[in-house]
Design a protein around this ligand. Structure first.
Ligand code: ZN
Length: 138
């Protein structure tokens, strides 16, 4: 069977990192799927779904690493063409991918003890997002 739901989020942008683990788990547990896979997907090309140990040190370290990989203060061709100033957001999102798959085993997501599912909004402004969660299996 397949069950699809969404998580509405309002974000602050600029690598805002939001823990959505409980919301994904709630959808997975009411989905009717016990064994299969949960896919979490971010629509749009300026965000990513990944997992981290969600504590303030890791959050800060990751934000700083991202700033080094695709700096926000250098020129981007995208900005020259479109003038929306979020070239860095698109590069970051492409490198980190828009979706994540988590195995669902006997009704529980197979996450590690400290592993949390996060949405990172790379855009250069706050956004209202709709994260798609799809549970597939039996
Ligand atoms: Zn853009």
């Amino acid at each position: 069977m397949v069950h699809t739901d969404t998580i509405p989020l309002s974000t602050r942008g600029f690598a805002d990192i939001i823990d959505i683990t409980e919301k994904v788990a709630a959808i997975a547990s009411t989905s009717g799927v016990s064994n299969g896979i949960v896919t979490v997907f971010c629509q749009g090309s300026t965000g990513t779904i990944t997992t981290i140990e969600f504590e303030s040190g890791v959050v800060k370290d990751l934000q700083e690493a991202i700033e080094k990989i695709a700096p926000s203060n250098i020129p981007y061709e995208h900005n020259k063409r479109w003038g929306d100033g979020n070239g860095f957001s698109h590069v970051r999102a492409a490198l980190m991918k828009p979706s994540l798959s988590v195995p669902l085993i006997n009704g529980a997501m197979a996450l590690g003890t400290w592993q949390r599912i996060v949405f990172i909004d790379f855009d250069n402004r706050g956004r209202n997002r709709s994260i798609i969660v799809q549970a597939m299996g039996e």
